[in-house]
Design a binder for this molecule. Structure first.
Ligand SMILES: Cc1cc2nc3c(=O)[nH]c(=O)nc-3n(C[C@H](O)[C@H](O)[C@H](O)COP(=O)(O)OP(=O)(O)OC[C@H]3O[C@@H](n4cnc5c(N)ncnc54)[C@H](O)[C@@H]3O)c2cc1C
Length: 427
């Protein structure tokens, strides 16, 4: 019987055309082997470029054990910045990413303020779709629109390229990157995280590190595996769906936010332009308040506005943003969590790219100090948690309290919208 090593499969579909019995099928990003049809001819095996297909019982050699100062799990904005800055300061860094293409598929509306971006990267047209100089909040029930002129320039990114560039910078600084490598577990000894384990498809490979940083996003398992409190309460989960719509007439310099209890319970709809005829049109809703899937709220949002309805989707994207704050520690012995894994996105807007990069910097600085002193104890790594909580984390705590104080029905009121606007456009 042909076996598929799913961790290795890059879903190119190359094997499908060689199968005489029709036992292989590529279902978007999922290769399906029909056991009933497979006749073990083995013709597909050499056609697989990554050795993901093999005959039952075959074995591949395992890798040697490896050792680094710092292992970073996840090459999103948080992980790539942490990896780059730690490598620039001389640490031996390994950045592990489970996806085969860093930055893809995109799970983001791609908006970011300039002042939050500049400390990390010079703006570059390769990964900027639109330059934003104003924003508008629309109250869906009344149609009232408020313009928020801002001195702050913002961008709508081409995030797929942006994220790859962040990872390339980490490589230039000396970090090693492995793609299509999912961390499956932590190596621990006496309760201290000492590394991670990954799978090469057949065998477990152990990678030792003095410090592990979990930058594994909203779906983070690293913290949970280390015993940290990471389960996200429903009320802190912003469930999102987004189309990129082509053939819509939009102002390419303006981001729009739509609020309304019925339109987007506990959240908001957005139109972020990619150019004058294309925009990310999405909606985020609070998981404990919804009666429908987010995608249905999105369809209703688009149907309400004829200028959106005339557009056609060219991409569809879903994803959740953690819009709470960490309920416990974001550090342990040998371990730090950053970005969405540490619940650091803005509770009001769900914007998390800038905070993730900022936390990546703080964690890299503390990791360097920890390796220098040969002290990876929780007591020492708490310095990162302290710097976060006394700095930007304080504002996130305040925004979280504010969100809790205003019920979903009150989130179109002027006082809530003022706070929202400050977070959205820095005004
Ligand atoms: C619909 C939507 C719209 C958004 N819009 C915006 C916006 O406009 N502006 C903004 O600032 N923020 C936005 N956000 C939030 C923003 O995308 C996140 O806050 C940000 O990506 C967090 O960065 P991160 O590096 O912490 O996590 P991620 O970007 O999620 O990166 C985590 C990485 O870890 C990898 N990974 C996970 N598990 C493993 C594992 N076991 N082994 C190896 N790798 C692993 C993942 O593949 C991923 O690449 C949006 C989010 C969503 C869902």
């Amino acid at each position: 019987m042909i076996q598929l090593r799913r961790e290795l499969c890059t879903y190119c579909g190359g094997c499908v055309s060689l199968c005489p019995s029709g036992a292989l099928e590529l279902a978007e990003t999922n290769l399906v082997v029909d056991e009933g049809r497979c006749n073990d001819c083995g013709l597909c095996i050499p056609a697989c470029p990554v050795g993901a297909l093999l005959m039952e019982g075959e074995h591949s050699p395992s890798h040697a054990r490896q050792k680094y100062d710092l292992v970073v799990v996840g090459a999103g904005p948080a992980g790539s910045i942490a990896g780059r800055l730690a490598a620039e300061r001389g640490l031996a860094v390994l950045l592990l990413e489970k996806r085969q293409e860093i930055g893809s598929p995109v799970r983001c509306a791609e908006g970011i303020n300039q002042s939050m971006l500049l400390p990390f990267l010079e703006p570059d047209d390769r990964w900027i779709s639109a330059r934003i100089s104003k924003a508008q909040i629309v109250i869906a029930d009344t149609g009232e629109a408020r313009c928020l002129e801002s001195d702050e320039v913002g961008y709508v990114l081409e995030r797929r390229v942006f994220e790859r560039v962040l990872a390339e910078r980490a490589v230039e600084a000396g970090a090693e990157v492995m793609v299509k490598t999912a961390v499956e577990g932590l190596i621990t000894g006496d309760g201290v995280v000492q590394g991670v384990s990954v799978s090469d498809g057949q065998s477990r490979v152990e990678i030792e590190a003095q410090v592990v940083i979990g930058a594994d996003g909203v779906e983070s398992r690293v913290g949970q595996r280390a015993g940290l409190k990471c389960v996200l309460p429903q009320k802190d989960c912003l469930v999102c769906a987004q189309f990129m719509l082509a053939n819509v007439e939009v102002d390419p310099t303006c981001c729009h936010y739509y609020v309304g209890e019925e339109l987007a319970p506990g959240g908001y709809g957005w139109i972020f332009p990619k150019d004058e005829a294309k925009a990310n049109v999405g909606i985020g809703v609070q998981a404990d308040l919804v009666t429908l899937p987010a995608a249905e709220y999105l369809r209703r949002f688009i149907a309400k506005y004829p200028f959106l309805e005339q557009g056609s989707p060219v991409t569809f994207m879903t994803g959740n943003v953690p819009v709470g704050v960490a309920r416990g520690d974001i550090v342990g012995d040998g371990l730090m969590l950053i970005g969405d894994a540490a619940r650091q996105a803005d509770p009001l807007t769900g914007g998390g790219i800038a905070n993730a990069m900022h936390a990546g910097r703080l964690a890299a600085e503390v990791a360097v100090e920890a390796v220098d002193r040969a002290d990876n104890s929780k007591g020492f790594l708490e310095e990162y948690q302290r710097r976060w909580r006394q700095g930007r984390g304080r504002k996130m705590e305040r925004n979280h309290r504010l969100k809790q104080r205003f019920s979903a029905a009150q989130r179109a009121t002027p006082s809530f919208l003022r706070a929202f606007a400050v977070s959205a456009v820095g005004k």
